[in-house]
Design a protein around this ligand. Structure first.
Ligand code: GLN
Length: 192
């Protein structure tokens, strides 16, 4: 069985571990660099990207993670998506630059800060998983302002990309770990 890691420094890593179990994988909670050798892919959860960034440096995980991503799949959700982006604004902060996307943090403003929306994913998502709308939970989400030529948009909300893949990597600006639908995690597990 493939081993899927979840970065467990901060944020909702426990919900991702449960979501991986629902998708049929056994999660490994990753807290130190040595554990990266035991896993085939890694999820970076939602939470607070600035705090997670500080902890990545404090726990000497920043460079090992960048190194891991050079050969293994990484899936970032919300704060995790911010950490994987090439460029971050509002405010600018350092990132792992694993995906060729630019994101603006907390970009939905106060009124739309957090919400649940039903969206129809792009046909390719349906073809690779199963048909049906996707329930998307947004919590102080970033907006993906730019995607590179090699990225593929698998779902949009109000025209903005919210689920994007680039080769072995994926990001979601929403929280697929908070709904019972296992399709997004299954898609990631196929990359392992
Ligand atoms: N607003 C958070 C940040 O900028 C992300 C929120 C989340 O992960 N749900 O890091």
């Amino acid at each position: 069985m493939k081993r899927a890691g979840v970065l467990a420094l901060q944020g909702d890593f426990a919900a991702h571990a449960d979501a991986l179990r629902r998708a049929g994988a056994e999660p490994v909670l990753v807290r130190e660099a040595g554990q990266l050798q035991q896993i085939d892919g890694l999820i970076i959860p939602g939470g607070e990207s600035t705090t997670m960034l500080k902890l990545l440096h404090l726990d000497k995980l920043f460079d090992p993670l960048a190194h891991f991503a050079a050969t293994r799949p990484v899936f970032g959700t919300c704060a995790g998506a911010i950490l994987l982006a090439r460029q971050v604004s509002n405010p600018a902060q350092e990132s792992l630059a694993v995906m060729d996307i630019d994101v603006e943090r907390n970009a939905y403003g106060r009124q739309l800060d957090s919400r649940v929306a039903e969206i129809e994913p792009e046909p390719e998502f349906r073809d690779r998983t199963a048909p049906g709308k996707l329930e998307t939970v947004f919590i102080r989400a970033p907006v993906i302002r730019r995607t590179g030529p090699r990225t593929k948009v698998l779902a949009r909300y109000n025209g903005d990309p919210v689920l994007v893949e680039e080769g072995r990597h994926m990001v979601a600006t929403f929280h697929p770990e908070l709904t019972p639908d296992a399709r997004v995690h299954s898609l990631f597990l196929e990359k392992l």
